[in-house]
Each structure stands twice: as C-alpha cells, then as structure tokens.
Design a protein. Structure first.
Length: 301
C-alpha cells in the first residue's frame, strides 16, 4: 500500500513507529504536514496539493491531526475521503470525538457509563448545574481543551462558582463533571483497534495532580481489564465511529466511566508499558480493510 500520514511533526514517537511498522510490512508511508496541504474543491474532481504537487495514488490515509488544527485537518481529510482514499479514522468520527459535548451526548445515548456531566450557557445557572453534578469537588473542563489542558478541579462550591463565572464571562464553553474520588488520581487507557481492545494501561498522575496524563509527569503500568471495562471501551469506540482510538476510563464505585475517547492516541506510553507492537496492529488493520471508496460517509457530514 501507499499510505499518507497527515501529521505536523515527523519526529514524534508515534509517527516514527507507524512509519517503521508500515515499511517493515512492505508498504510506503509519506508523512505530510497537514497545514502545508491545499485543496482544489472542484466539481467531481476533489484534489489535494502539497508543496506544489498533486497528491495522487494513495491507498490509505492516517490522520494524526492535532487538536489545535482540527478544523483544517478535517477539511484536508475530507478531500482524501472524497477521492476514495481509505481513512484509518473518518473525518466525521474525528469531529464527534473532538467535540467533548457531542461525544458525551453520543456516549450517554448508547448507555455507556459516564461521570455525571452538566452543561449550561447562562452563568446565572451555575448553582443549578453544580448541584446536578453532585456539588463540590467538581471537575470543570473546557470544551476545546486537550491533553489535560483546560481541566480544573474545584474543591469548594465557592471556587467552582468563581471558575465557572470567569470562564463563562469570557465566553468560553465548559462542562462540569462529578469528581470520581475513588479513582485516586489514576485512570485507564484502553487502545481499541478494529472493535477490539489490543492493549491497556493504568496511568497515575504526578504527585499533587489529579490529572494522569503521561506528558504531565504521570506514570503508566500494564493492567488487566475486567470484562465490563473491555466492553465499555469497545462500545465507546463504536459510538464515536472510530476504528482506532484510546478510551480513557475511571474506575468508579458503580463501574467504569468514560472520560474521553481520543482519535489520535499516542503509542509511546502504552507500547513501553506493555511491550506490545501496537503500531503493527494498526497497519495490519489497514491491510485488511483499506479498499477504495470504503469510507462510510465519503466526506459528507
């Protein structure tokens, strides 16, 4: 196969591993800077250009689109989809997962375990939404935040009100979520490939930080999932429509709850914690499923 990877930094561990895994299996993989692509949106002739040349002949595309360029990255990916190129994850599915509110609504619709989550527009309703979320302590999240940035733990009702009113006063959309105290600053990341959990790890936050993101100083160890946790991860991936993703869960007293579904999960932490070749599993999935015009939405929606 000839594979295009939409990624801005070719030196990231995940990008180097995917390229290595593809080439080991006899494929070619070109890393293409998403922001340097430009498009000709012509009737029945969708084209993508890169550094002055038209991109043609690709069998599959791996979107590694950073959260800060979601809008433009999805536009480029849609052009590939409309050309009939197979996407590892479809643009519509990535859009669902990147919108925290929409993703929570879809997960709730499918009966997947979630922390109590509330959302309101008017800062005057702060007390009501805080009450719905179970009161303080409460987690406050920016809808556009990623990698632990824009996530605040408010310990008291007064601090929660202050944070909510400050964000809303600045016109920033936020979610309030119940704080799962029993998780103890740890979470679980399950990597789902093709409707199957292929690896899982437990992440523990740095001392004094309730966020468990590895790049924020957290640590990881291999973990065995319960059947319910495994099922929750698979169902969450299906709800988003993602072929490959990382599902972040907490162990609550009433069972696993999903915090986020990540459409571009990093592989460094999970490969090093588990010793598994996740990149190879991703490429193997593409070998089996990458066919022309196999995109469900073909760039629509």
């Amino acid at each position: 196969m000839k594979i295009a990877m939409l990624a801005r930094n070719p030196n990231l561990y995940t990008h180097k591993r995917l390229k290595e895994a593809a080439e080991e299996r006899g494929h070619t993989l070109d890393i293409i800077n998403t922001l340097r692509c430009y498009m000709n949106i012509a009737s029945r002739r969708p084209e993508v250009y890169y550094n002055g040349e038209k991109l043609v002949g690709y069998d599959a595309v791996i979107p590694r689109i950073g959260a800060s360029i979601t809008f433009y990255g999805m536009a480029v990916l849609r052009q590939f989809e409309m050309q009939g190129v197979f996407p590892l994850n479809e643009s519509v599915a990535i859009g669902r997962s990147r919108d925290k509110l929409r993703s929570m609504q879809l997960l709730a619709r499918d009966g997947i375990g979630l922390p109590v989550t509330t959302f309101a527009h008017d800062p005057k309703q702060t007390e009501e939404v805080l009450e719905l979320a179970g009161g303080a302590p409460v987690v406050i999240k920016l809808l556009e935040g990623t990698q632990g940035i824009g996530v605040v733990l408010a310990d008291t009702k007064r601090s929660a009100k202050s944070v909510v009113e400050a964000f809303r006063g600045a016109g920033v959309n936020i979610l309030l979520q119940e704080f799962i105290k029993e998780a103890g600053g740890t979470d679980i990341r399950a990597i789902v490939v093709g409707g199957r959990v292929v690896a899982s790890m437990m992440r523990t936050g740095a001392q004094g930080d309730f966020r468990s993101n590895l790049h924020r100083g957290g640590s990881a160890e291999v973990i065995k999932l319960s059947p319910e946790e495994r099922s929750t991860a698979v169902r969450a991936a299906k709800a988003m429509g993602l072929n490959v993703c990382g599902v972040d869960m907490l162990r609550a007293n009433h069972g696993p709850v999903v915090m986020e579904v990540n459409s571009s999960p990093g592989l460094e932490g999970v490969e090093k914690a588990t010793g598994l070749d996740i990149a190879g599993k991703v490429i193997a999935y593409m070998e089996k499923h990458a066919k022309p015009n196999a995109t469900k939405t073909k760039g629509k929606g």
